[in-house]
Design a protein around this ligand. Structure first.
Ligand code: SF4
Ligand code: SF4
Length: 164
């Protein structure tokens, strides 16, 4: 599948679903939209051509592309990272078989991570389906696996620190 088609499909999977039944931005004052001009949302390969053209695109030290916004955007043109946050479809293995499970994205600080709020099943399922689509293009899949591995490392590190 072409990466742009794949990404647009992911956008549409998430179009009518949100992490909570109510607006989670009211809990934290929209914390995840308050970066500065050096932080940004990681973009999947080819995504820079699909998002709001008012966003600045920067590259981090690893060569990853990030979109930097001013805290406002056209919701229909926001990056996939914003749409799936605070979850991430992590790739796991059981007896050699690959499967996808959602985990909280530990790389940022969202109040929903504390577990006091129930993420809707609809959102959770949509994020899982996004993971399946991201594997349908080799370039997208390679990048997605790298991000998934990073999140798994965070989770492992958390476990180690808890047991210290
Ligand atoms: S996803 Fe988390 S950080 Fe972002 S608005 Fe909702 S509660 Fe706040
Ligand atoms: S692109 Fe939109 S949704 Fe994403 S952080 Fe910026 S304002 Fe928030």
């Amino acid at each position: 599948m072409k990466k742009e088609v794949l990404l647009k499909t992911c956008y549409s999977l998430l179009r009518n679903t949100t992490p909570l039944e109510s607006d989670c931005g009211k809990i934290c004052g929209g914390k995840c939209c308050k970066g500065d001009n050096k932080t940004g949302m990681l973009l999947f390969p080819g995504e820079e051509n699909l998002i709001d053209s008012n966003m600045k695109i920067i590259e981090n030290e690893n060569g990853d592309k990030l979109a930097v916004c001013d805290g406002k955007c056209d919701r229909n043109k926001r990056p996939l990272a914003c749409r799936i946050y605070p979850l991430f479809p992590v790739i796991k293995y059981s007896e050699g078989i690959e499967y996808i499970e959602t985990e909280f994205d530990r790389r940022a600080d969202c109040p929903l991570l504390k577990g006091e709020y129930k993420i809707t099943r609809r959102f959770d399922n949509a994020v899982k389906r996004v993971g399946k689509y991201l594997l349908l293009n080799s370039e997208t899949a390679e990048y997605y696996r790298k991000l998934s591995d990073e999140i798994l490392e965070y989770i492992e590190l958390e476990k180690v620190l808890k047991n210290l």
